[in-house]
Design a binder for this molecule. Sequence first.
Ligand code: ZN
Length: 174
Amino acid sequence: MSADEKTRAAVFGQIRQFGDPVLKEESRPVEVDDELRKLVDRMIKIMYAADGVGLAAPQIGVLRRIIVFRFDNEVNVLINPKITWKSEDTATEAEGCLSLASLAVDVERSNRIRAEGEDLEGNHKIYEVEGLKARILQHEIDHLEGLMIVNRASREQRKDLMARLRNVRLPGED
Ligand code: ZN
Protein backbone atom coordinates (compact mmCIF):
# COMPACT_ATOMS: atom_id res chain seq x y z
CA MET A 1 0.00 0.00 0.00
CA SER A 2 1.30 3.48 -0.84
CA ALA A 3 1.11 6.33 1.69
CA ASP A 4 -1.84 7.79 -0.23
CA GLU A 5 -3.69 4.49 -0.18
CA LYS A 6 -3.02 4.16 3.56
CA THR A 7 -4.42 7.63 4.25
CA ARG A 8 -7.47 6.85 2.16
CA ALA A 9 -8.01 3.52 3.91
CA ALA A 10 -7.73 5.25 7.30
CA VAL A 11 -10.31 7.87 6.27
CA PHE A 12 -12.75 5.31 4.91
CA GLY A 13 -12.23 3.31 8.10
CA GLN A 14 -13.95 6.19 9.93
CA ILE A 15 -16.92 6.26 7.56
CA ARG A 16 -19.66 3.77 8.42
CA GLN A 17 -20.48 1.57 5.47
CA PHE A 18 -23.79 0.24 4.17
CA GLY A 19 -24.97 -2.60 6.39
CA ASP A 20 -23.91 -0.78 9.58
CA PRO A 21 -27.11 -0.50 11.67
CA VAL A 22 -26.29 3.08 12.73
CA LEU A 23 -27.03 4.24 9.16
CA LYS A 24 -30.67 3.12 9.55
CA GLU A 25 -31.26 5.13 12.73
CA GLU A 26 -32.94 8.50 13.05
CA SER A 27 -30.63 11.27 14.33
CA ARG A 28 -31.51 13.57 17.22
CA PRO A 29 -31.45 17.39 17.28
CA VAL A 30 -28.35 19.11 18.68
CA GLU A 31 -27.41 22.36 20.36
CA VAL A 32 -24.58 24.46 19.00
CA ASP A 33 -21.62 24.51 21.39
CA ASP A 34 -17.83 24.04 21.31
CA GLU A 35 -18.10 20.27 21.33
CA LEU A 36 -20.33 20.39 18.27
CA ARG A 37 -17.93 22.76 16.49
CA LYS A 38 -15.11 20.25 17.12
CA LEU A 39 -17.22 17.47 15.66
CA VAL A 40 -18.01 19.59 12.60
CA ASP A 41 -14.27 20.22 12.06
CA ARG A 42 -13.70 16.48 12.09
CA MET A 43 -16.55 15.91 9.62
CA ILE A 44 -15.16 18.51 7.21
CA LYS A 45 -11.69 16.92 7.32
CA ILE A 46 -13.12 13.48 6.60
CA MET A 47 -15.32 14.80 3.77
CA TYR A 48 -12.30 16.40 2.09
CA ALA A 49 -9.98 13.44 2.64
CA ALA A 50 -12.61 11.12 1.16
CA ASP A 51 -13.19 13.57 -1.70
CA GLY A 52 -16.92 13.72 -1.01
CA VAL A 53 -19.35 16.58 -1.63
CA GLY A 54 -21.23 15.99 1.61
CA LEU A 55 -21.21 14.09 4.87
CA ALA A 56 -23.84 13.55 7.56
CA ALA A 57 -22.95 12.89 11.21
CA PRO A 58 -24.42 9.35 11.31
CA GLN A 59 -21.92 8.40 8.61
CA ILE A 60 -19.21 8.69 11.27
CA GLY A 61 -21.40 6.99 13.87
CA VAL A 62 -22.81 10.11 15.54
CA LEU A 63 -26.62 10.16 15.59
CA ARG A 64 -27.00 13.92 15.61
CA ARG A 65 -28.65 16.22 13.08
CA ILE A 66 -25.54 17.74 11.49
CA ILE A 67 -24.54 17.89 7.82
CA VAL A 68 -21.53 19.36 6.03
CA PHE A 69 -21.42 19.83 2.26
CA ARG A 70 -19.62 21.62 -0.54
CA PHE A 71 -21.32 24.17 -2.75
CA ASP A 72 -19.06 25.57 -5.49
CA ASN A 73 -16.10 24.27 -3.48
CA GLU A 74 -17.09 26.20 -0.41
CA VAL A 75 -17.77 24.34 2.83
CA ASN A 76 -21.22 24.70 4.33
CA VAL A 77 -22.55 23.45 7.63
CA LEU A 78 -26.21 23.06 8.53
CA ILE A 79 -27.33 22.10 12.02
CA ASN A 80 -30.79 20.60 12.61
CA PRO A 81 -31.64 20.93 8.90
CA LYS A 82 -35.21 20.55 7.67
CA ILE A 83 -36.60 20.64 4.17
CA THR A 84 -39.44 23.13 4.47
CA TRP A 85 -40.44 23.14 0.80
CA LYS A 86 -39.75 21.04 -2.28
CA SER A 87 -40.79 21.41 -5.89
CA GLU A 88 -43.09 18.88 -7.49
CA ASP A 89 -40.88 18.71 -10.56
CA THR A 90 -38.19 16.11 -10.13
CA ALA A 91 -35.18 14.66 -11.91
CA THR A 92 -33.64 11.19 -11.76
CA GLU A 93 -29.87 11.01 -11.75
CA ALA A 94 -27.09 8.70 -10.59
CA GLU A 95 -25.92 9.39 -7.05
CA GLY A 96 -23.03 8.02 -5.06
CA CYS A 97 -22.47 7.91 -1.31
CA LEU A 98 -19.35 7.70 0.87
CA SER A 99 -21.13 4.94 2.82
CA LEU A 100 -21.68 2.89 -0.32
CA ALA A 101 -18.22 2.66 -1.77
CA SER A 102 -18.04 2.85 -5.55
CA LEU A 103 -21.72 2.17 -6.28
CA ALA A 104 -24.03 4.62 -8.00
CA VAL A 105 -27.82 4.51 -7.83
CA ASP A 106 -30.45 6.37 -9.86
CA VAL A 107 -32.41 8.54 -7.46
CA GLU A 108 -35.42 10.75 -8.12
CA ARG A 109 -35.22 14.09 -6.29
CA SER A 110 -37.04 17.40 -6.35
CA ASN A 111 -35.34 19.94 -8.62
CA ARG A 112 -35.72 22.80 -6.17
CA ILE A 113 -35.94 22.88 -2.40
CA ARG A 114 -35.86 25.15 0.60
CA ALA A 115 -33.90 23.86 3.60
CA GLU A 116 -33.68 25.59 6.97
CA GLY A 117 -31.50 25.07 10.00
CA GLU A 118 -28.78 26.77 12.02
CA ASP A 119 -25.19 27.74 11.37
CA LEU A 120 -22.25 27.29 13.77
CA GLU A 121 -23.16 30.47 15.62
CA GLY A 122 -26.69 29.24 16.19
CA ASN A 123 -28.17 31.68 13.66
CA HIS A 124 -31.14 30.66 11.52
CA LYS A 125 -30.05 29.77 8.01
CA ILE A 126 -32.08 29.28 4.83
CA TYR A 127 -30.96 27.63 1.60
CA GLU A 128 -33.09 27.98 -1.52
CA VAL A 129 -31.30 25.89 -4.09
CA GLU A 130 -31.82 23.87 -7.25
CA GLY A 131 -30.18 21.16 -9.33
CA LEU A 132 -27.09 19.50 -7.90
CA LYS A 133 -27.19 21.60 -4.72
CA ALA A 134 -30.79 20.58 -4.06
CA ARG A 135 -29.80 16.96 -4.67
CA ILE A 136 -26.86 17.12 -2.24
CA LEU A 137 -29.02 18.61 0.52
CA GLN A 138 -31.78 16.04 0.03
CA HIS A 139 -29.20 13.24 0.10
CA GLU A 140 -27.51 14.43 3.31
CA ILE A 141 -30.78 15.18 5.12
CA ASP A 142 -31.99 11.67 4.17
CA HIS A 143 -29.08 10.27 6.21
CA LEU A 144 -30.52 11.99 9.31
CA GLU A 145 -33.73 9.98 8.82
CA GLY A 146 -31.81 6.74 8.42
CA LEU A 147 -32.37 6.68 4.66
CA MET A 148 -29.79 5.89 2.00
CA ILE A 149 -29.82 5.96 -1.79
CA VAL A 150 -30.58 2.25 -1.74
CA ASN A 151 -33.92 3.09 -0.09
CA ARG A 152 -34.65 5.56 -2.90
CA ALA A 153 -33.79 3.19 -5.75
CA SER A 154 -36.42 1.56 -7.92
CA ARG A 155 -37.48 -1.95 -6.94
CA GLU A 156 -35.55 -3.60 -9.79
CA GLN A 157 -32.45 -1.56 -9.20
CA ARG A 158 -32.50 -2.37 -5.51
CA LYS A 159 -32.60 -6.09 -6.24
CA ASP A 160 -29.69 -5.76 -8.62
CA LEU A 161 -27.83 -3.63 -6.10
CA MET A 162 -28.25 -6.11 -3.27
CA ALA A 163 -26.85 -8.85 -5.48
CA ARG A 164 -23.85 -6.69 -6.35
CA LEU A 165 -23.29 -5.60 -2.74
CA ARG A 166 -22.84 -9.20 -1.71
CA ASN A 167 -19.77 -9.29 -3.94
CA VAL A 168 -18.32 -5.92 -3.04
CA ARG A 169 -15.26 -5.76 -0.86
CA LEU A 170 -15.71 -2.75 1.35
CA PRO A 171 -12.70 -0.60 2.27
CA GLY A 172 -11.03 -1.84 5.43
CA GLU A 173 -12.04 -5.44 4.76
CA ASP A 174 -9.44 -8.04 3.84
ZN1 ZN B 1 -24.52 9.50 1.55
